[in-house]
Write a protein that binds this ligand. Structure first.
Ligand SMILES: NC(=O)c1ccc[n+]([C@@H]2O[C@H](COP(=O)([O-])OP(=O)(O)OC[C@H]3O[C@@H](n4cnc5c(N)ncnc54)[C@H](OP(=O)(O)O)[C@@H]3O)[C@@H](O)[C@H]2O)c1
Length: 306
């Protein structure tokens, strides 16, 4: 038997149960990963609360939970390629990552070798959030010399977007609440409070104007950028919600350019990108982990250990 987070009806954190399920085994063309850590994303609990979102990802009840994971390959099917028993790996497996074992078919588009020196707790946060950040910046053609407004800059996606934008040579203004300003400064962003009056505050910080925006929380930063004269094609959003203003691109992790994951992992490995872990919870405290994340004031990533 093995442990896995499962749920049989849609709802809040209370529907999630840590279950003992029969131990799964690698398919002939697949590998089995013994998961050590799984990063949480809003999409994980949005799927458990929203049947229409679950349907979009092909998830039916009873279902597993979570997307990101990191661990060690401990079984390899006879026809599997690219991975060997003992390889440290991280990846994305939507609707089934918070479990002792995750099965992955090979060749695998969403499974990567973990660079030596990156802990599982960090590797297990990378795929969904960092690829979303990369896609949000690529969609607006972010380049050196830009002044970019990042909405929700201290969240799981924001921490990557801020640091990727700085590395690209941009000046970064990031929205957060005042208590988060020092945290954002530590990542290299100039903080600005979200909420009514945002356009005025951005104007005060950057009187010469902003040139691009990536809204990682909702629509406020995108609409503010439009109001400040940024061309719609230089604005992206990633969150579900109302249709973005005309010309503004909605993007997500699946649209990240090939090679993005490897480039980000290299930058994490070299220390150019840091991954703040806001909290780590053992899997038995899954309700607390999800509740903490769903409050939407996390700085960085929440990790579940198995
Ligand atoms: N399309 C995709 O592929 C994809 C993938 C990943 C994520 N997403 C979406 O991207 C969004 C962000 O994900 P995430 O993991 O970064 O979320 P998150 O970690 O939960 O974001 C938390 C951050 O949001 C900030 N925040 C709270 N209220 C805000 C407001 N009204 N305006 C601006 N910022 C606010 C908080 O700052 P304070 O603490 O200072 O309040 C906090 O740092 C979610 O909607 C998620 O579903 C999409």
């Amino acid at each position: 038997m093995s442990k896995a987070v499962r749920y049989e009806r849609f709802g809040g954190p209370e529907v999630l149960e840590v279950r003992e399920i029969p131990e799964p085994h690698a398919a002939p063309d697949g590998v089995r990963v013994r998961v050590a850590a799984a990063g949480l994303n809003p999409m994980d609990w949005q799927i458990t609360t929203q049947p229409d979102m679950a349907a979009r990802f092909g998830i039916t009840l009873p279902a597993g939970f979570g997307s990101d994971f990191a661990g060690v390959v401990d079984e390899v099917g006879p026809e599997a390629t690219g991975f060997a028993v003992g390889d440290r790996v991280y990846g994305a497996a939507i609707g089934r990552s918070v479990a002792e074992f995750v099965l992955v078919k090979t060749p695998a588009a969403d499974l990567w070798h973990t660079p030596e020196g990156i802990a599982d707790e960090v590797a297990g946060t990378l795929p969904v959030a960092s690829l979303t950040a990369a896609a949000a910046l690529a969609a607006i053609g972010l380049r050196a010399g830009d002044t970019v407004l990042i909405g929700g800059a201290a969240g799981g996606v924001g921490i990557f977007a801020v640091q990727l934008a700085k590395r690209a040579g941009a000046r970064v203004l990031g929205t957060a609440s005042e208590g988060t300003f020092d945290f954002l400064r530590g990542l290299g962003a100039e903080p600005v409070a979200y909420g009514p009056g945002l356009a005025d505050r951005v104007r005060d910080l950057a009187p010469e104007g902003i040139t691009a925006a990536a809204d990682l929380f909702g629509r406020e930063a995108a609409e503010t950028a439009l109001k400040l004269g940024v061309a719609p094609e230089r604005i992206s959003v990633v969150a579900d919600g109302p249709a973005p203003p005309p010309g503004v691109r909605k993007t997500g992790a699946v649209e990240a350019e090939p090679g993005s994951m490897e480039r980000i992992a290299d930058a994490v490995h070299s220390g150019e990108i840091t991954v703040p872990i806001a909290a780590t919870f053992p899997v038995d405290r899954i309700h607390e982990a999800v509740t903490t994340q769903a409050e939407r004031h996390v700085h960085g990533k929440i990790v579940i250990t198995l």
